[in-house]
Design a protein around this ligand. Structure first.
Ligand code: CA
Length: 241
């Protein structure tokens, strides 16, 4: 299911987006595209300035390059996480190594765009971040998983081996969705449409798969041989029970 297009918002209510990108031409191209779509956009070109700007202006979403002068994108994300700032993040990266992306997602990033990308595609991703799932049902109660692992979806906590591991809101949404749809195979497109709120699943991205890898590390008894979030070859994923 896709959501209907959001009506244009008055400028005073425009969502505030910060673009952190040191390639100036790219930064201003992104700014133009976002402003054209009705966002209120600020641009900064290095890590320390980005952090200052985030703390003072509190943007709702950050478009964050990973390779930046002064302080890299992952370090910025780590700092925001420590400060418990609730901000949506779309990473920009030329490298897109899986370990960087997993780390970025674990630090609370929601999505990424691999350079080069089309500004229109980026705008679509940013718009999707502002679409909210209707929370019409209460979150499932505490989940008891094999090996004494339990998950508290309301608090976004995984309890295992006496430790508490924090889930990101996105990971919580994925888990919730898989469990609610446990009677069927959930495809990547389902997740892109219903959890990431894309209008179309016709996007080339490994965001879903990489989030699943990160989620398995937290909830699976043995992440190398997942049994809870099962891969259904060529189709998608299915919750184990
Ligand atoms: Ca850069």
């Amino acid at each position: 299911m896709t959501n209907p297009a959001t009506p244009p918002r008055p400028v005073s209510q425009a969502h505030r987006v910060l673009v952190v990108e040191d390639e100036e031409a790219l930064a201003f191209g992104v700014k133009d595209a976002l402003e054209h779509a009705g966002f209120q956009v600020q641009v900064v070109h290095d890590g320390p300035t980005a952090l200052d700007q985030i703390r003072t202006d509190q943007p709702e979403l950050i478009v964050l390059d990973l390779m930046l002068p002064g302080m890299g994108g992952l370090e910025i994300l780590g700092t925001l996480r420590k400060e418990r700032r609730d901000v949506r993040v779309v990473i920009l990266t030329a490298l897109a190594s899986e370990s960087d992306l997993i780390q970025g997602f674990e630090l609370g990033a929601d999505d990424y765009m691999k350079k080069p990308f089309s500004p229109r595609e980026l705008v679509a991703r940013v718009e999707a971040q502002f679409r909210r799932r209707e929370m019409d049902t209460a979150p499932p109660p505490q989940l008891e998983l094999p090996d004494g692992i339990s998950v508290d979806l309301a608090r976004l906590e995984v309890h295992r081996d006496g430790n508490v591991i924090q889930l990101t809101p996105r990971e919580g949404d994925i888990l919730d969705y898989l469990i609610r749809n446990r009677h069927r195979v959930v495809t990547r497109d389902d997740l892109l449409l219903d959890v990431w709120h894309y209008k179309s699943a016709n996007v080339e991205t490994r965001t879903v798969d990489i989030h699943i890898v990160g989620l398995r590390r937290k909830v699976e008894p043995n992440p190398a041989e997942p049994t809870l979030i099962q891969t259904v070859r060529g189709k998608g994923y299915r919750w184990f029970s």
